[in-house]
Design a protein around this ligand. Structure first.
Ligand SMILES: *Cc1c(COP(=O)(O)O)cnc(C)c1O
Length: 457
């Protein structure tokens, strides 16, 4: 993987031509098809398992992660019900219980499930919050709930837009509160907005604290939000899809202090540990609200054993893949200390990247303690930022993304998501960015020169 270009090099037409050679009316030996598909995947993928993929919260996969996914497929336990897969269910519960304790989410009746990802976990939070906040929601629906509103910063994840749409709350029910100059939710603005909305007849029920925003890794002020939600009687959901990794590190933990006060937490193992997608996690203080949201009575499913938990009664999924095994194997192999060392290493690589970029004239524009670095250079046009990101990708040695801000400004964005990224890889990225910058400068000068030249003619 280290020697492959990070970005896909198979053009769309070539890809489609090769796929056109497959014909389902003519069966073929699996071995030959697998070889061809592996080659297609190698040349037609942006590789998150490359250690110089500095991208969007998609880590590389370790052996434990891949084996866990393979074993899950091989035995294919139906983890929806305890009696159907006692071993798998208990392995998942043990794993979730470990992470719940690391978060510090204590409650007399906590609950946790693995999810397909952060989006499902966030949906679960909204449904449970609706169920708890509006006693008539479950039976009569939103029309019996007045005019519900929920809140997140302008940096909160856009999965909540889809969730607002899908639940019937409507996209306008998601109120975007402005963030400060460090991209963190402005708590005073939120308090004011909630008061105004109540005066206008709306029914606020939920606040989303983003713990590690996707764009810049900002962490909303959790303790202040917890106080506000307690005073206002609102459900606090911590969307820590990526930022959850901080609770695994003694040195990063303080940056997410207050996460343990949330009513529910989203945390993606597939963004923070070297495991394949999808492995989301949802933690909740109120088990009964989850049960109320998802419990059903069917004639064809055997009765549950006393003292066991049925995942299909706590989540939207019915048939359920053994998501948790790859996470369990990773924790079992590395141990708590091994995982902490891995997270701390990534944080150190983030700091090194900041320093190296600053040392060669770039301006770092975010101040997250997590290994996500946004940067630009004074005098660079927004188009040039996009051109630099594309030039880095085309060269193939590394991959970074660009960030388009509501102001029209653009930044470059590099996130350390691979557990094996080294100082040498960081240096190779910085060199690649420098080369891309030089190419763009020459191109811009070229345009200017040819313009002048043509006028002269
Ligand atoms: C990625 C992300 C999500 C969505 O999670 P998926 O696993 O991609 O569904 C939600 N919230 C935040 C903050 C994220 O970064």
């Amino acid at each position: 993987m280290r020697d492959l270009p990070v970005a896909p090099r198979l053009a769309r037409d070539a890809l489609r031509r090769r796929l056109a050679g497959f014909d389902f009316s003519r069966p073929r030996a699996l071995e030959t098809v697998v070889d061809e598909v592996a080659d297609l995947l190698e040349t037609g993928t942006l590789h998150p398992t490359h250690r110089r993929y500095f991208g969007l919260f998609n880590p590389g996969s370790s052996r434990a992660g891949v084996l866990g996914d393979g074993l899950a497929a091989l035995y294919n336990p139906q983890v929806g019900a305890w009696w159907h897969s006692p071993a798998a269910t208990e392995i998942e519960q043990l794993t979730l219980e470990h992470f719940r304790r690391r978060i510090g989410l204590e409650s007399p009746e906590p609950a946790a499930t693995f999810t397909t990802g952060g989006s499902e976990a966030n949906l679960t939070a909204v449904l449970a919050a609706l169920t708890r906040s509006f006693p008539r929601y479950g039976k009569e629906g939103l029309s019996a709930c007045g005019w519900p509103a929920f809140y997140g910063s302008d940096q909160a994840h856009d999965s909540f837009v889809k969730i607002a749409h899908a639940t019937g709350l409507g996209r306008r029910a998601l109120h975007r509160v402005r963030s400060d100059d460090r991209q963190r939710l402005d708590v005073d603005a939120l308090r004011e907005e909630i008061r105004r909305d109540r005066r206008e007849g709306r029914s606020p029920f939920l606040v989303i604290a983003t713990v590690g925003t996707t764009a810049t890794g900002a962490i909303d002020p959790l303790p202040e939000l917890a106080v506000l939600c307690r005073d206002e009687g609102l459900w606090l959901h911590a969307d820590a899809a990526w930022g959850g990794l901080a609770v695994l590190s003694g040195s990063l933990r303080r940056h997410v202090a207050g996460i343990e006060l949330a009513d529910s937490v989203t945390w993606d193992a597939h963004k923070t540990l070297p495991v394949p997608m999808g492995a989301g996690m949802f933690f909740c203080r109120w088990r009964r609200s989850l049960e109320e949201t998802f419990s059903v009575h069917t004639g064809y499913v055997p009765e549950p054993e006393p003292g066991t938990s049925e995942a299909y009664q706590h989540s939207i999924q019915w048939s359920r893949r053994f998501i948790g095994l790859k996470v369990f194997l990773t924790m079992a192999e590395l141990g708590e200390a091994g995982v902490e060392a891995l997270i701390d290493h990534q944080a150190a690589m983030g700091r090194l990247l900041r320093q190296s970029l600053t040392a060669c004239g770039w301006r770092v524009t975010n101040d997250s303690p997590l290994p996500l670095v946004c940067f630009t250079r004074d005098g660079l046009s927004p188009d040039a930022i996009g051109a630099i990101a594309r030039a880095v990708a085309t060269e193939g040695i590394a991959w970074i993304s660009e960030l388009r801000l509501p102001s029209g400004e653009r930044w470059l964005r590099a996130c350390i998501t691979h557990h094996l990224t080294t100082a040498e890889d960081v240096q190779m990225l910085v060199d690649a960015v420098r080369r891309a910058f030089q190419v763009c400068c020459q191109a811009e000068r070229g345009v200017l020169l040819s313009g002048t030249a043509s006028r002269g003619l």
